[in-house]
Design a protein around this ligand. Structure first.
Ligand SMILES: Nc1ncnc2c1ncn2[C@@H]1O[C@H](COP(=O)(O)OP(=O)(O)O)[C@@H](O)[C@H]1O
Ligand SMILES: [Mg+2]
Length: 321
C-alpha cells in the first residue's frame, strides 16, 4: 500500500474522544496510537470528535485512524460520515460497525451461524419493568445478566439475582444514555477474547487471552485497572480449545462483514462450552489493552500493530456495505 508515498507526507487524523460513555477508553486509545504513529513517521493530528467540525475534515487529513469506542464512533455513524466525505478510515465499514455494536442483532446473526450465545431477551420499554422482570425470570432463570444493547467497557452491565434486582436495575438505568437493554442467561464462565488483525491482506487470529478477576465479573474497574485482573495470553486451554475460539472469532468477524481488525469476546463455561458475547469493531488500543497484549503474544509490537490497523484504511473493497 502507498509504496511510493512517504509517511511524513500523509496527514493521519487520529479521531478519538467524542461524547460516548466510553470516552475515557477512547482517549487512552487515541493517545497511545497517535504517539506510536508519530514515532513511525506519519504526520499525525489528534482530533477530539467532541471538538471538531467534521464537515471540514477533508481539507485537513488524508486518512482517519479511528480510536473511538461506543455509540457514534464504533456503530457506523462516523464511518458513514467519512464515506460521504470521501476520507479513507481504518477498520470496518458502516454495516459491520452498526451490526457489531448492536448486541441483539449480532446475537441473532450468531445463532444463524451456529455460534452459541447466551439466551437473551430484549427489554421492551413499552412494557412495565415488573412484567419484564417476571418474564426474564421465567425464560432465563436467575441469576441473569443485564447490559445495554449498544454498550461497551462493561458500563452499565450487572448481574441480577432476582426479579426485584432486575426491576431496580432497569428503573435506575432508564434515565441515562443507554436506554435500551438486553437481559441474558447468566453464564458462570471465564471471560476470554480473540483479536483479529489483517496482516499483509490476510486476516489473522491472534493468540487467545483469558481473564481472571476477583471482582464479581469482568467489569469496568477490572478492565481499567490492571491490578484487578490477571491475564493469560496465550491462554493455557485444553487441547483444541484455542483453535475453536479463533475459528469462531473469524466466523463472527466475517459474518458481520467486518474489515481489518476486531476483537471477539466469549465466555468459556465450566463444561468447556463456548458462548460468544459480542464483537468489538474498534477494539481498545491502549498499550495495556487486550489487543496490544494479544498482538505482543504474536510478536507484533505496538508500533507495528498500529501500522497494521492504519493499513486497513487502504485495503477495503471498492464497495463495502
Ligand atoms: N451472559 C453473561 N453471563 C455472565 N457474565 C456476562 C454475561 N455477559 C457479559 N458478562 C460479563 O460482562 C463482561 C462484558 O460483557 P460483554 O458482553 O463483552 O459487554 P461489553 O460490550 O460491555 O464488553 C464479560 O466479559 C463478562 O464478564
Ligand atoms: Mg466485551
Amino acid at each position: 500500500m502507498m509504496s511510493n508515498i512517504q509517511p511524513k507526507d500523509v496527514r493521519v487524523g487520529v479521531i478519538y474522544g467524542g461524547t460516548s460513555p466510553e470516552r475515557a477508553g477512547s482517549l487512552a486509545s487515541g493517545e497511545s496510537a497517535s504517539k506510536a504513529l508519530s514515532s513511525n513517521g506519519w504526520n499525525v493530528t489528534l482530533l477530539d470528535l467532541a471538538d471538531i467540525d467534521i464537515t471540514h475534515l477533508k481539507a485537513d487529513i488524508d486518512v482517519a485512524f479511528l480510536a473511538l469506542h461506543g455509540p457514534g464512533g464504533e456503530d457506523g455513524k462516523i464511518q458513514g460520515a467519512l464515506e460521504t466525505l470521501g476520507i479513507p478510515y481504518s477498520g470496518s465499514g458502516v454495516m459491520a460497525s452498526a451490526v457489531g455494536m448492536h448486541k441483539p442483532t449480532f446475537k441473532k446473526l450468531a445463532t444463524m451461524n451456529s455460534l452459541d450465545t447466551p439466551r437473551w431477551m430484549e427489554v421492551d420499554r413499552s412494557i412495565s419493568t415488573i412484567v419484564t422482570a417476571a418474564s426474564a425470570g421465567l425464560s432465563l432463570g436467575w441469576p441473569a445478566f443485564v447490559k445495554p444493547t449498544s454498550g461497551g467497557g462493561s458500563l452499565d452491565a450487572s448481574i441480577v439475582q432476582n426479579e426485584f434486582a432486575l426491576q431496580y436495575a432497569l428503573e435506575s438505568c432508564s434515565e441515562n444514555d443507554y436506554n435500551q437493554y438486553i437481559v441474558e442467561e447468566y453464564i458462570a464462565g471465564t471471560p476470554c477474547t480473540v483479536g483479529l488483525l489483517e496482516v499483509g491482506g490476510v486476516l489473522q487470529p491472534l493468540p487467545v487471552l483469558t481473564v481472571d478477576t476477583d471482582r464479581e465479573f469482568y467489569d469496568y474497574t477490572a478492565k481499567h485497572d490492571i491490578q484487578q485482573r490477571r491475564e493469560q495470553c496465550p491462554a493455557d486451554l485444553p487441547p483444541g480449545m484455542a483453535f475453536r475460539l479463533q475459528k469462531y472469532a473469524v466466523r463472527a468477524h466475517r459474518m458481520i462483514g467486518a474489515h481489518g481488525v476486531s476483537r471477539v469476546d466469549f465466555l468459556i463455561g465450566p463444561n468447556g462450552q463456548i458462548a460468544i458475547l459480542e464483537i468489538n469493531t474498534v477494539p481498545g488500543l491502549s498499550l495495556q489493552g487486550n489487543l496490544a497484549t494479544m498482538a505482543r503474544a504474536a510478536r507484533i509490537d505496538y508500533p507495528q500493530l498500529v501500522e497494521y490497523v492504519l493499513a486497513t484504511a487502504f485495503t477495503k473493497p471498492k464497495y463495502l456495505p
